[in-house]
Design a protein. Structure first.
Ligand code: LER
Ligand code: MN
Length: 266
């Protein structure tokens, strides 16, 4: 397993000017620095790759999906914009050496209103068709997509692994899988260990935060059991701490790094 930390713990948005974060992450013992790409124009992936190699850390890519980047939207401009943004993320991943483009890329985050059955069908079809097309583009560059399920306050689209499996089956591309985030799973899954088993070999990426969204180990989630379940399904992928910067980014990242190393050795 490789441990990572999300840029959100320190900066928003990540940019060329915040490149020193890579070294901070490396010094804390992380293998991965995950950039939450809010503004693709804010950094140069060639420069970031060069700095990452110099520091000795891998950089991964996660997307940020506002209303105007919604590939399931009824608005064709938003769909086009979302497609262009995700293609840019795939290009960036290829330059940076990130095996995945991860995140809740099927729809806009924050769209938590329950859609009608008709709306849902239509938006689902847009998302599935567009993700199939994007999966083809990603495959041509050797990149995989990891779709993140979110809690109900952040999306009405995919809240559980069960729902995600339906979407993955409909997309039907083997370079598309799951990103599971312990914070969201704790709010949505009846049994998060069963959900991890259900995702099984389709699990490509993990985000970890505790039930409070603070650093893992500071709340009431049973990470020992979570890691045992990951081991049981043979998961050997990325584990990125994506938690709130409390009391500050440095302290949260340090707490996450120390706890993850401890828990995985138990
Ligand atoms: C949002 O809550 C989240 O978990 C992020 O990974 C989405 O990009
Ligand atoms: Mn997440």
């Amino acid at each position: 397993m490789k441990f990572g930390v999300s840029s959100y713990i320190w900066v928003s948005p990540f940019s060329n000017d915040t490149i020193d974060q890579l070294k901070h992450a490396k010094d804390l013992g992380f293998d991965i620095y995950e950039i939450g790409v809010e503004d693709p124009a804010s950094f140069d992936p060639v420069f970031v790759k060069h700095e990452a190699d110099r520091v000795g850390i891998q950089v991964n890519i996660c997307g940020a999906f506002g209303t105007e980047r919604d590939i399931s939207s009824d608005n064709p401009d938003y769909r086009d914009n979302g497609m262009a943004y995700i293609r840019t993320l795939i290009d960036m991943a290829s330059i940076l050496g990130s095996p995945y483009v991860a995140g809740p890329m099927y729809a806009a985050t924050g769209r938590a209103r329950l859609a009608s059955t008709e709306e849902r069908k239509r938006q689902w079809a847009y998302a599935a068709g567009n993700l199939r097309e994007l999966a083809g583009y990603a495959a041509s560059k050797g990149i995989r997509l990891a779709l993140e399920t979110l809690n109900r306050f952040e999306t009405d689209f995919l809240n559980t692994v069960q729902q995600g499996i339906r979407l993955l089956d409909e997309i039907g591309c083997d370079n598309v899988g799951f990103l599971l985030d312990t914070f969201h799973m704790n709010l949505e899954e009846t049994d998060m260990y069963e959900a991890i088993r259900l995702a099984g070999p389709r699990l490509g990426y993990m985000h970890v935060a505790d039930n409070t969204r603070l650093a893992p180990g500071t709340g009431c989630l049973d990470f020992k059991k979570i890691f045992e379940t990951l081991k049981e399904i043979g998961y050997e992928g990325f584990i990125t701490a994506e938690c709130f910067p409390k009391p500050d980014g440095k302290a949260a990242a340090k707490a996450a790094a120390e706890y993850l190393k401890k828990i995985v050795s138990l």
